[in-house]
Ligand binder design. Structure first.
Ligand SMILES: CCCCC/C=C\C/C=C\CCC/C=C/C(=O)SCCNC(=O)CCNC(=O)[C@H](O)C(C)(C)COP(=O)(O)OP(=O)(O)OC[C@H]1O[C@@H](n2cnc3c(N)ncnc32)[C@H](O)[C@@H]1OP(=O)(O)O
Length: 303
């Protein structure tokens, strides 16, 4: 399958994720419940479950890092590797990304990865976050987010880097970039992704206010493409997938690349500087205090 040279270049420029892998069990293959042939076999890792359907060329990738799918370094690494595995297998043309944890799609950055950690760890963690965004944003596969739970901050980053978003209609499942409410700032590449999705004025407001949109508002502002009853999220994601897969891959991929390359290139050009900014920012005493206070509030708040 011919890929745009820009996509190939960007992919070559990305980090090899293997070095990040610690204590994971990638590559394990097991029969899916009730499944028989190769197309029904699932694989994955401790924190990412992949259910491939070779017949349709679509795999369902489920985040399972309970309780809230916080993006730990391990989860980030396993997501990158699982995606790479599907991209390298030409049987697959599309991936539906969803959560295996009830009520939460993804709670965003795992705050324990950046609270009270040394600068080297924060740098390693941020590089893994950049890597996941670059991989998903530039993926040659069609990515549909089936958002079956709350989707703040880093969770929204993952959803935004997909091609299409289907959100379950539950007022508790809010989506958006709430970084400012934690006293932190969305990086420029995330701001760019937001602007590309909902436009400049809406992003300006939502980013400063740290808005988390309930489903109807998320649909209205263009943050998601469909809002459907909870029990129809998966089937709607599959219908959306069929719509996207009806387009010839090469034309769709070249168009995706044309739309997204400039945004990704901005980060690729200044990845190290972005990492340094992140580390020096989050390691400030004042930011560490805000993050600790937020984490404490989360731990005390139940229900
Ligand atoms: C000037 C220079 C500028 C340079 C700038 C450079 C860089 C920019 C810097 C930073 C950019 C960062 C970009 C991304 C940021 C993020 O993603 S920050 C994370 C934001 N996430 C949130 O705010 C979500 C917080 N969580 C919740 O709101 C809820 O947990 C929920 C997801 C709605 C689920 O609710 P519920 O089902 O009720 O679960 P609980 O709240 O009870 O939580 C269960 C346990 O999980 C722990 N937890 C929740 N979220 C996180 C998390 N993100 N990280 C770690 N741990 C989390 C929670 O404490 C509970 O733990 P215990 O069971 O009590 O131990």
């Amino acid at each position: 399958m011919a890929l745009a040279s820009g996509v190939r270049f960007a992919e070559r420029a990305l980090l090899r994720p293997w070095a990040l892998l610690r204590g994971t069990t990638l590559g394990r293959t097991e029969p899916a419940a009730g499944g028989g042939g190769d197309g029904a076999r699932r694989f994955g890792s401790q924190r990412v479950l992949v259910e491939p359907d070779a017949a349709s060329g679509v795999a369902v990738m489920k985040l399972r890092n309970p309780p809230v799918n916080a993006l730990s370094l391990e989860l980030l690494t396993e997501l990158v590797i699982s995606l790479e595995k599907l991209e390298n297998d030409k049987t697959f043309r599309g991936v539906i990304l969803t959560s295996d944890c009830p009520r939460v799609f993804c709670a965003g950055l795992d705050l324990t990865e950046i609270c009270g950690r040394n600068p080297a760890h924060c740098a390693e963690y941020w590089k893994a976050m950049q890597e996941l965004w670059l991989r998903t944003y530039l993926s040659s596969l069609v990515l549909v987010a089936a958002i079956n739970g709350a989707c703040p901050a880093g969770g929204c980053i993952i959803a935004l880097s997909c091609d299409c978003r289907v959100l379950a209609d539950n007022p508790k499942y809010r989506i958006g970039l709430n970084e400012t409410l934690l006293g932190i700032i969305a990086p420029f590449w995330l701001k760019d992704t937001y602007v590309n999705t909902i436009g400049h004025r809406a992003s300006e407001q939502a980013l400063q206010l740290g808005s988390l949109f309930p489903p109807a508002e998320a649909l209205q502002v263009g943050l998601v493409d469909q809002v459907v009853p909870e029990d129809q999220v998966q089937s709607t994601a599959l219908s959306e997938m069929a719509r996207w897969l009806a387009v010839p891959d090469h034309a769709r991929q070249l168009t995706k690349n044309m739309m997204r390359k400039a945004t990704a290139d901005r980060l690729l050009r200044q990845r190290d500087a972005d990492t340094q900014n992140f580390v020096s920012f989050v390691c400030r005493d004042s930011i560490q205090k805000s993050l600790q206070a937020y984490l404490e509030k989360l731990r005390q708040r139940k229900g």
